[in-house]
Design a protein around this ligand. Structure first.
Ligand code: HEM
Length: 522
């Protein structure tokens, strides 16, 4: 009996201690925000309640960055402000200011939570490009750099053009059927064909139903896993993890086999031929360990993780192209201007255009309006950027006030930066001409859909010409019209209207952009 009483006393004292320690930490944490720029703040919930109420007003799968941008607009916040999501996350320090964005993105590495909770669980590993060890991450970037060089990418342009011809065929087939369909479908396959070939050095036939089609299904399932609804139910979590592991095993085994096969092959890539990412990794390994025909386990796992990270990039490319078509579909004048430019630089016949590209790949650089359409679309609908973290003691100066960066999740709000009317006049208008003949320094500098600095996209060199070939080989022959239903959710235009963004990895237009396609009569 006495023992039981002592147990109860100890339990109650422990509880009181835990509650007081939590309250003490809570008070200390919330006090930190007292005089900082922020939306209305609650002692008990910080900004958790506010964030969830704003997110609840938006459709379920909207990117977190859009909800954050909504809060900034709703409370008319300055371009440096705080969001207090403790105890769920570190305080967010959010900016839409160009100089501060440069500091956040150029000077600092990814926040560890981005690696641990977003990238590593998708990749299914912790090495190579998703390694927390900065020297390993850096050496992985260095090892694949040659594959992304301008000369090498130029050699890949004819291959990208052939995949864009396959996309054209798929769209023309849809035109004969006539029914609405989600545009994301054929574009996902196009993006996968380009990316898989660039990484593996061979045609995996995604659009043609080859083995790459199954690999793409698994990659898409992995990306979808990033948007599974949050659950506390251990059974649901276990099932989600199991499904994700199955996709990862498939993708990782495929990469591992490709790495082993390429190392076994003794045929070197020709002097002036395109070198895939996997070939460049093999060349580096052979230089380091002459005569070896087997990977050492450590290097193999590092490369599998690096390649798995880049397989996910196929999805970003298709998201970008879907939004480009979305903008072109809504503006007949833009479609007409694109056709005019394509007809003035290339032959009217698509087969002859393809042959011209194969003979002279750099000719696609002669399409400034097409490039401007791509840039303008990416300005309005950018994929997200990762948050970064600064070493202790670093500060940022905003309008004369120093702000400590200690313990903050530093987030560049791309929707604000690229829509900021300090840098872009009439920012909500889709106006490709603002890029021509040359963009203003502010417009060029605030455009960051490929990131800049430490974690800048290595695929930019490759995807920009890839997107140009896709437009060049389709727009003159196909007319696209949006086919949303009257009852579909429509958000304000700055959020994309009916084609609002869905998903957190590479947000796509709602319902995958329903469209109808008609063949253009020449
Ligand atoms: C239009 C399509 C694409 C867009 C908009 C895009 C955008 C981005 C962005 C925003 C980042 C920085 C991510 C971060 O902040 O952590 C990034 C990084 C990267 N992307 Fe892309 N990407 C695209 C396509 C590709 C493709 C096709 C590849 C490869 C074949 C690729 C390879 C990379 C690599 C290697 C990194 C660097 C990762 C690191 O430093 O850890 N990207 N990309």
């Amino acid at each position: 009996m006495i023992l039981f009483k002592e147990f109860i006393v100890a339990l109650v004292s422990g509880l009181i201690l835990a509650i007081s320690s939590f309250l003490w930490k809570l008070a200390a944490h919330r006090r930190r925000f007292k005089d900082l720029p922020k939306p209305p703040h609650s002692f008990l919930f910080g900004h958790l309640a506010l964030f969830s109420s704003v997110a609840r007003q938006l459709p379920g799968k909207i990117p977190i960055a859009v909800a954050i941008n909504r809060i900034q607009a709703q409370f008319n916040l300055p371009d440096l402000w705080y969001l207090d999501l403790w105890p769920l996350a570190d305080p967010f320090l959010i900016t839409g200011d160009l100089a501060i964005a440069s500091q956040f993105l150029n000077d600092y590495p990814r926040h560890p939570i981005v690696l641990k909770q977003a990238l590593q669980p998708l990749v299914g590993g912790t090495r190579g490009l998703v390694s927390p060890d900065l020297s390993e991450w850096h050496s992985s970037r260095t090892m694949i750099r040659t594959a992304f060089s301008i000369t090498n990418v130029q050699r890949f342009v004819p291959t990208m053009a052939r995949y864009s011809m396959q996309l054209r065929e798929a769209l023309l087939k849809r035109a004969t059927i006539g029914n609405p369909f989600p545009m994301i479908g054929p574009l996902e396959k196009w993006g996968a064909d380009l990316t898989f070939h660039f990484l593996l050095g061979k045609d995996t036939g995604v659009q043609r139903g080859g083995w790459g089609a199954e690999a793409n299904t698994q990659v898409q399932a992995l990306v979808a896993a990033a948007d599974h609804p949050f659950s506390v139910n251990p059974w649901t979590l276990r099932q989600q993890k199991k499904a994700r592991n199955l996709c990862q095993d498939y993708v990782r085994q495929m990469i591992s086999k490709a790495l082993k096969d390429t190392l076994q092959r003794d045929q070197p890539v020709g002097h002036d031929q395109f070198v895939s990412v996997i070939d460049s990794l093999v060349t580096k390994y052979r230089e380091e360990y002459p005569g070896r025909t087997q990977w050492d386990a450590d290097t193999l796992v590092q490369h599998v993780d690096t390649l798995a990270t880049m397989f996910l990039a196929a999805d970003v490319s298709s998201m970008v192209l879907t939004y480009i078509f979305c903008h072109v579909a809504q503006d007949r004048a833009v479609a007409a201007e694109l056709r005019k430019e394509h007809n003035s630089v290339f032959p009217g016949n698509m087969q002859a255009t393809l042959e011209t590209i194969c003979r002279n790949p750099s000719k696609i650089k002669e399409l400034p309006y097409t490039t401007a359409v791509i840039k303008e679309s990416m300005r309005l609908r950018p994929p997200g950027l990762s948050g970064t973290t600064a070493p202790n003691g670093h500060t940022v100066n905003y309008k004369g006030t120093e702000h400590s960066l200690d313990g903050c999740f530093l987030l560049t709000n791309l929707f604000r930066l690229q829509y900021n009317d300090d840098y872009v006049p009439s920012p909500l208008t889709f106006n490709p001409s603002r890029w021509l003949p040359h963009p203003s320094a502010e417009l060029a500098d605030s455009w960051r859909p490929f990131q800049r600095g430490q974690h800048s996209c290595m695929g930019e060199n490759m995807m920009m010409p890839g997107l140009v070939t896709a437009l060049l080989l389709t727009v003159r022959d196909v007319d696209i019209a949006l086919a949303y239903d009257d009852g579909d959710i429509c958000l304000p235009p700055e959020l994309g209207g009916m084609a609002y963004m869905e998903g957190n990895f590479a947000a796509k237009p709602a319902k995958g952009l329903p469209v109808t396609v008609t063949k253009v009569a020449h």
